[in-house]
Design a protein around this ligand. Structure first.
Ligand code: UD1
Length: 360
């Protein structure tokens, strides 16, 4: 029996974790212990995902949030270390690029516990992003690198990972598994389209939360001005992340879009299915737009998911208002994308991950 300690902390990790937890629960050879770091903590950013997606309740909740990067990461390392010493797992699994990810990997590696990293090898090549730092460091100390794309594998090879004693596996994107599996349930359970009276309307779906866009007042103002303009033509539905909400108030920036609270995964799927276009700085939503065959505008200077740009399913604009305007015009008149399995796998990445985990 392999005992795996899974570290979850932020919204996208709950979505990815749900898929793998379901696969693990069906396999008699693996046991999972879940640690929630507490990084995302309120009903709409955390609990709703556990409820809707049937994720087993965390065995531990460290309740660490709303701190500076150093304090948050440091306290998480301390908390996770304690759990590892108590649970003595065979491996620790981390997802993505958050402070919870690097904290888990560091705590485990220093105790000589094998680390598996889901979404290994992704790079934006922007070292100003906290996420890029978290990814690079996590990859370097992981034993099992579960890569969602061939680009991710190529990135690791270029960084010399062929000479590092770590196993690299091409898995496909676990968020594609999630999109396929939960789409039917979302259809049955979510009423958001009716609630927001969007049934017969064209609308743009937007999210903004990245530090690089929200912390700088001018950049945030430019993005919001662009969204206000788009909203004059096509209503913009904007589930507002708490970080962005706080900073809009602090900077006194007025947004005329249809602002709603953060939504759960089922509501997000329904919004994605019906949206005309997606505008986002989220790594996950860029791809989810594609999985629901929507074009997108990526409010970043670079992306880890270069396949979307190369195939013209998305355009990179950063926070530049002229670029966002231009991308809006182009993307609104483009045909919707076709799903190509060679880009992000066939929706069975959890099976590949399980097989690799059993051999760790
Ligand atoms: C984090 C991750 C980012 C990921 C994102 C997903 C890092 C460095 N960043 O960014 O990679 O894409 O999660 O959403 O780990 N807050 C609440 N309620 C919550 C959660 C957060 O009010 O449930 C507030 C916090 O108090 C904080 C702000 O939102 O003031 C930002 O939260 P934080 O965890 O620092 O990072 P995110 O921007 O969510």
């Amino acid at each position: 029996m392999t005992k795996v300690l899974t570290i979850l902390g932020a919204r996208p990790q709950f979505v990815k974790g749900a898929v793998l937890s379901r696969a693990i629960s069906k396999n008699d050879h693996i046991q999972e212990v879940i640690v929630h770091t507490g990084q995302h903590f309120d009903q709409k950013m955390s609990d709703i995902f556990f409820e809707e997606m049937n994720i087993p309740s965390p065995d531990y909740n460290l309740n660490i949030n709303s701190l500076s990067h150093g304090a948050m990461t440091g306290r998480m390392i301390e908390g996770i270390e304690e759990v590892i010493l108590k649970e003595k797992p065979d491996a620790l699994m981390v997802y993505g690029d958050t402070n919870s990810t690097i904290a888990g990997a560091l705590a485990a590696k220093k105790l000589d516990i094998k680390v598996a990293h889901v979404e290994a090898g992704l790079r934006s090549f922007n070292m100003k992003m906290p996420e890029e730092i978290n990814r690079i460091l996590t990859d370097r100390i992981s034993d099992l690198l579960l890569c969602p794309t061939q680009t991710a594998i190529d990135n690791l090879r270029k960084e010399g990972f062929d000479h590092i004693a770590a196993k690299i596996v091409l898995t496909g994107d676990i968020m594609f598994d999630a999109a396929l599996y939960y789409a039917k349930l979302a259809q049955q359970k979510s009423t958001i389209i009716e609630d927001l009276d969007l049934s017969n309307k064209d609308f743009v779906l937007c999210t903004v939360h990245r530090q690089e866009n929200t912390d700088d007042k001018n950049k945030l103002a430019s993005i919001i001005q662009a969204l206000n303009e788009i909203n004059e033509n096509t209503p913009v539905v904007f589930p507002l992340h708490p970080r962005t909400k706080k900073l809009l108030q602090q900077y006194n920036i007025t947004c005329h879009c249809s602002i709603i609270d953060p939504v759960g995964y089922f509501d997000m799927i329904q919004l994605l299915k019906r949206a005309r276009l997606v505008v986002t700085d989220s790594g996950g939503l860029q791809k989810e737009a594609y999985y629901f065959q929507k074009n997108s505008i990526t409010l970043r200077e670079q992306t880890e998911w270069v396949e979307l740009i190369k195939n013209s399913y998305s355009m990179l604009t950063g926070s530049d208002i002229a670029k966002i305007r231009e991308a809006y015009t182009i993307m609104m008149s483009k045909p919707t994308p076709e799903i190509r399995k060679e880009l992000f796998g066939d929706g069975h990445s959890a099976d590949i991950m399980m097989e690799a985990l059993l051999k760790i």
